[in-house]
Ligand binder design. Structure first.
Ligand SMILES: *[C@@H]1O[C@H](CO)[C@@H](O)[C@H](O)[C@H]1NC(C)=O
Ligand SMILES: *[C@@H]1O[C@H](CO)[C@@H](O)[C@H](O)[C@H]1NC(C)=O
Ligand SMILES: *[C@@H]1O[C@H](CO)[C@@H](O)[C@H](O)[C@H]1NC(C)=O
Ligand SMILES: *[C@@H]1O[C@H](CO)[C@@H](O)[C@H](O)[C@H]1NC(C)=O
Length: 179
């Protein structure tokens, strides 16, 4: 008897269905995703890694971070210009990202080339990284940081999610009435 009452009072199921739809859409909307790249992967920031090779097959997007993990007693992380990257000159860095813990984060927040080297002679041994930072591609290829492009994808998904949820709600309602 109680089930029939719930089914007949259409106010409650509709509210439930709408709530469910909102929750589902929130879950399905793509996460705004930025990548935190651990430079050198498992090897980290060290000697005997070719960072040109490491970076070659990767796309670095505006909003990503580079995370340098290394021996704080030996290496460091300096941003230099192209000339100094090529010649391993660490005498006048554009930015010293070294914080002292051997765990340094470099935000890639401008679409340009970034040149990062280790001073103390390690650049000559190959500790040099050049990355080209691009704007993220539009959805659905990947989530965008741009608010304007997030809205259409929300609507697109909503077109499918809402009717599906309403259909399930109608079925449930019919089921309740049947009993
Ligand atoms: C890099 O900086 C050095 C020293 O400040 C300068 O001589 C050189 O021209 C700069 N190179 C570029 C590409 O800006
Ligand atoms: C970079 O900054 C760190 C921490 O402040 C400092 O210890 C180090 O000497 C600096 N290195 C250079 C090359 O400026
Ligand atoms: C990029 O990040 C650096 C370091 O956090 C900050 O100083 C700079 O203002 C940022 N630039 C932009 C365009 O957000
Ligand atoms: C890294 O590999 C590239 C491509 O194979 C090569 O041109 C470059 O000289 C290497 N860099 C170092 C530091 O060995």
């Amino acid at each position: 008897m109680e089930r029939v009452k719930i089914g007949c009072g259409s106010g409650l199921p509709v509210l439930m269905v709408v709530t469910l739809a909102v929750v589902l859409m929130a879950v399905l909307v793509p996460e705004v995703s930025a990548t935190r790249w651990i430079v050198g992967g498992n090897m980290g920031w060290t000697t005997n890694v070719n960072y040109t090779v490491w970076a070659k097959d990767k796309h670095f997007y505006n909003g990503d971070w580079l995370f340098f993990v290394y021996d704080r007693n030996q290496m460091n992380v300096l941003e230099v210009n192209k000339t100094d990257y090529e010649s391993c000159n660490s005498d006048h860095p554009l930015h010293n990202w070294t914080r002292g813990a051997g765990r340094d984060v470099v935000p890639l927040n401008v679409t340009r080339n970034y040149y990062l080297i280790s001073g103390k002679g390690f650049c000559f041994g190959g500790m040099k990284l050049a990355v080209h930072v691009e704007n993220p591609p539009p959805p659905p290829t990947a989530a965008s940081l741009n608010e304007n492009s997030a809205s259409p994808s929300f609507n697109l998904r909503g077109q499918y999610v809402l009717p599906a949820v309403l259909a399930i709600g109608a079925l449930w309602d019919a089921f309740v009435h049947f009993w």
